[in-house]
Write a protein that binds this ligand. Structure first.
Ligand code: NAD
Length: 314
């Protein structure tokens, strides 16, 4: 390699912070792809279980993990936690990071916080890019996530082998923070599609339409969206409410979208209504609810419940 050029991270040592619902299967993809993986989690036993069941190593501290890693991934619940882990805690990534390292912030986070952290990382000779994901736990397991990546092109190029071990679609969105802005806006659109679809099913069922037939018609017509295709029959009409993505995390994403709206001076009346409905559902249902349980708030407001009609007896 010439001058300042660095090798792509094809045989890199990867540090991975946060082996939870998403992080565990994503880190497992990296182990399967042949990377040396160092995992850290505040639940120490989970990191140890990962090493036992999947492979890799569990260093004693973030500092030690960072000192050993060329690429360091964060996959954590919120930007406030990422800020502590990367920069402000006594034991942090910045306490051990090597110059030239790439920090890949893959959580669904707040773009302005991530941009601030990118500046801190750059001051110590590293580069931070953001690469949030879509696809949920099933696609994390199979390494088929959609990844939205923002930041310096050269750092993204170097991190690409690592990203491609976890996702089949890696789309560049622009400067650092843009991936997370895009991720929040995607989930805002998805929320709007869900809520309006549930309202339509409630109106239709009170009119006498069978909601299950309505979903079939929407999917064959222009009302089709991800919720009509993959959520309404599977998780709402079936009453299983087990899509595997929590309402709390969705509420966070929609709030981030609204924050980006405020920071850019954009009028967002419809988004604000979505945010209020999501927050209302989260307050009504309590922690741990699946995001598809938002339908229960719509049902309460409408005063009726969505049930698929009994299949006709022949
Ligand atoms: P999770 O709560 O299952 O996992 C988070 C992990 O981080 C846990 O193992 C927790 O112990 C660990 N952690 C928390 N604080 C820590 C700290 N200070 N230091 C080290 N580890 C710490 O969450 P998740 O569902 O895996 O989501 C992670 C991120 O991915 C979130 O930003 C979420 O919005 C996003 N996301 C989730 C999904 C999904 O379907 N679950 C889909 C796309 C994106």
């Amino acid at each position: 390699m010439e001058g300042g050029e660095r090798a792509p991270a094809g045989n890199a040592t990867v540090g991975f912070v946060g082996v939870g619902n998403m992080g565990w299967p994503m880190a497992a993809c990296l182990v399967r792809a042949g990377f040396t993986v160092n995992v850290c989690d505040s639940r120490r036993e989970v990191a140890n279980n990962f090493v036992q069941q999947v492979g890799g190593f569990a260093p004693d501290s973030l500092r030690e993990m960072a000192a050993a890693s060329d690429v360091i991934i964060t996959m954590l619940p919120t930007s406030a936690i990422v800020e502590r882990v990367v920069a402000t805690a006594e034991d942090s990534i910045l306490a051990g990071m090597k110059p030239g390292a790439i920090v890949v912030e893959m959580s669904s986070g707040v773009p302005s916080v991530t941009q601030m952290l990118a500046t801190r990382v750059a001051e110590l000779g590293g580069t931070l890019i953001d690469a949030p994901v879509s696809g949920g736990v099933p696609r994390a397991r199979t390494g088929e996530l959609a990844i939205m990546v923002g930041g310096e092109a050269a750092a993204i190029d170097r991190a690409m082998p690592v990203l491609q071990a976890m996702g089949t679609t890696v789309l560049r969105t622009g400067a650092v923070g843009s991936g997370q802005a895009m991720k929040a806006l995607n989930n805002l659109v998805s929320t709007g599609g869900f809520l309006i679809g549930i309202e339509a099913l409630l109106i239709g069922s009170r009119f006498g339409l069978d909601p299950s037939v309505m979903v079939d018609v929407l999917n064959a017509a222009t009302g089709m969206n991800n919720s009509t295709q993959r959520k309404f029959k599977q998780f709402v009409l079936s009453r299983s409410f087990a899509a595997g993505f929590s309402l709390d995390l969705l509420a966070k994403d929609v709030s981030i979208a609204l924050q980006v709206g405020r920071e850019t001076g954009t009028a967002t009346p419809l988004s604000a209504l979505c945010k209020e409905l999501v927050a209302g559902a989260a307050a009504m249902l309590g922690p741990g609810a699946d995001h598809t349980e938002m339908a229960k708030l719509c049902e309460k407001l409408a005063g009726s419940e969505l049930m698929a009609a009994e299949p006709a007896k022949s």
